[in-house]
Write a protein that binds this ligand. Structure first.
Ligand SMILES: Nc1ncnc2c1ncn2[C@@H]1O[C@H](COP(=O)(O)OP(=O)(O)O)[C@@H](O)[C@H]1O
Ligand SMILES: Nc1ncnc2c1ncn2[C@@H]1O[C@H](COP(=O)(O)OP(=O)(O)O)[C@@H](O)[C@H]1O
Ligand SMILES: Nc1ncnc2c1ncn2[C@@H]1O[C@H](COP(=O)(O)OP(=O)(O)O)[C@@H](O)[C@H]1O
Ligand SMILES: [Mg+2]
Ligand SMILES: [Mg+2]
Lengths: 271, 112, 112, 112
């Protein structure tokens, strides 16, 4: 659905509810792309280092870039290339860096920082700045992390919505009520789409179907919605038929890494 | 920003592309050209046949790149495209006043 | 004077030429090139297997133009060649030290 | 160093190459291009047939040359490529920041 408009999707699929592959990258059903692969880079680096490692994450990003992935965002490529050629772990501030590329990697960051807001904020921004250096992206990453923390710890949607008010107060532009229907790669549009459907959906499947059928930067809005809805509704709420179509190796690795990341968190250490 | 123009032996294209990929460079524009060189009457292998003709098929690669990365790109092409035999080609570096990505309107280093 | 080099999707050539004519630009030089970038190649069937041809045909347009008209030319190409989908291409602007019309020997802005 | 780019009528290529050899220039890179000119609907002779089409086949010659030889090269091409009839073409001169001979690693004037 990536790069299609909502109207184009409606015309072609009605409402797409199944994993069918295809699209501009000609993917096989269940094949993952940059959102998942970059998240795996983060997760693997943290697990390998038994803790946060900005250098390890950057090195994994570089190895991933060299492996000729099926797609790489323009901003991500530039940031990783600067690391490869100049060893820079932080790209300079850029007014055009307000894309969603750093947000889509927030799940492993959230898991390994569970229980510590300050650690979350520091790690969220450190990994973001490898490719994206912009206050909107920073704020979005931090708040996605906070919402995942609350969701994983079992808090209600109302509690999550109250937490989010902090972002909406400091950054009015993220307000999503009324929802404008924009789902582009601009981090504000992406998060508005994710928040609008997450807070009004009835379950994981409903949330994801609605987000993805909005089109635009659908692989990333879907990934971020999946992160929030997955944390909130839990594993058992993920449709069986979707899981069956996923690349088996990826599913297994993600499950393993997720558990390891949580055991590395301050929350686990405190138990 | 710089525009790097490299004239290389055609069979070296894939190797050069792979080497550029190793340093994170993927966007390039390629054209088929004919080379006339200082060395006369040398033979070159092209599609399995030996040529003793005045022009030799070459490939031209154009790469727009940020100033600070240009030297690395030149070095990479040089190391990969070299065979040590006549006709290996040239690399030229020009300054760009402006670059623009048509799809998004991004300019400067964000365009490439 | 500037030399504007635009790499665009081939089907956009006529539209871009017309748009340039509209702003009084008629002299251009065009070549067929191969693009490598984020846009992926088409698939072809070869010996029963599907494989991706990694390059995409593009068209390169070169336009020498007076300094004061360069921005307008860039804007015109950008607006016409854009589809909003990956692979729309690039526009590069370089400085020319000199331009000459061979037929008349005219130099500078009178040459182009 | 300069990069000289000349767009000329295809039948003039051999004559221009010979004239350049006469002044000691042997290394050039040539490509086939399509020209669109200010004069609409004019006819040109190409391979014995008269064309009244919007594009005309041209040949582009690129020559990297030391600064002090650039004027001579431009003059040589101009005198040889000229027929006095529409479509004779253009010569553009650009500055090169760097030139490198891939085979030897030589830079600057030793590269070309
Ligand atoms: N001065 C020049 N300007 C532009 N292209 C050149 C120049 N000299 C050589 N070339 C290109 O480089 C190619 C290799 O040049 P040649 O002289 O045969 O060998 P080498 O680069 O090994 O010295 C030529 O076929 C031509 O395409
Ligand atoms: N750095 C570059 N230097 C020269 N040409 C490039 C460069 N990057 C891209 N191109 C050309 O632009 C075309 C489009 O680039 P691509 O990355 O596919 O999409 P987009 O321009 O939409 O970002 C490529 O096929 C290639 O011809
Ligand atoms: N502004 C320009 N930029 C780039 N190439 C040009 C430009 N104007 C003309 N050309 C090239 O020069 C060729 C001859 O131009 P044309 O206008 O037909 O005749 P003349 O050069 O005799 O005035 C064209 O076919 C085209 O290849
Ligand atoms: Mg993607
Ligand atoms: Mg995306």
């Amino acid at each position: 659905m990536e790069f299609m408009t909502a109207a184009e999707i409606r015309a072609k699929y009605g409402v797409l509810k199944e994993i069918v592959g295809g699209g501009w990258l000609r993917l096989k059903p269940g094949q993952v792309t940059d959102d998942t692969e970059m998240s795996l880079c983060v997760a693997r680096a943290v697990v390998a280092a038994n803790g946060w490692s900005r250098e390890g994450i950057a090195a994994n990003f570089a190895a991933w870039l060299r492996s000729k992935p099926v797609d790489v965002g323009d901003t991500c490529r530039r940031g990783i290339r600067n690391y490869m050629l100049k060893g820079e772990l932080e790209t300079p501030y850029n007014q055009w860096d307000a894309g969603n590329g750093a947000c889509m990697r927030m799940l492993p960051v959230s898991l390994c920082t569970l229980g510590d807001d300050r650690l979350l904020a520091r790690c969220a921004v450190e990994q973001a700045h490898i490719t994206h250096n912009h206050p909107f992206s920073d704020a979005a990453c931090i708040y996605l992390g906070k919402l995942v923390h609350l969701a994983v710890l079992g808090y209600s949607k109302t509690r999550l919505r109250r937490e989010l008010e902090g972002l909406l107060t400091s950054h009015e532009n993220f307000r999503f009520e009324p929802y404008r229907g924009l789902a582009s790669g601009y981090v504000v549009d992406t998060l508005q789409t994710v928040f609008h459907y997450f807070f009004t959906a009835r379950d994981f499947e409903d949330c994801l179907i609605k987000v993805v059928n909005q089109g635009g930067d659908a692989d990333t809005t879907g990934a971020i919605a999946g992160m929030l809805a997955g944390a909130y509704y839990g594993e058992e709420n993920i449709p069986r038929r979707w899981l069956k179509k996923m690349d088996r190796k990826v599913v297994d690795e993600v499950s393993l890494l997720a558990e390891r990341l949580v055991t590395l968190s301050p929350w686990a250490a405190a138990r | 920003m710089k525009l790097i123009e490299a004239i290389i032996k055609p069979f070296k294209l894939d190797e050069v592309k792979d080497a550029l990929n190793e340093i994170g460079v993927e966007g390039i524009t390629v054209s088929e050209v004919k080379g006339f060189g200082r060395q006369k009457g040398h033979t070159e292998l092209y599609r399995g046949a030996e040529y003793v003709v005045d022009f030799i098929p070459k490939v031209k690669i154009e790469i727009a790149i940020a100033d600070e990365l240009a030297a690395k790109v030149v070095e990479t092409i040089e190391n990969t495209a070299k065979t040590g035999r006549i006709g290996d080609g040239k690399i030229f570096v020009m300054s760009l006043d402006e670059a623009l990505r048509i799809r998004t309107g991004e300019k400067g280093n964000d365009a490439i």
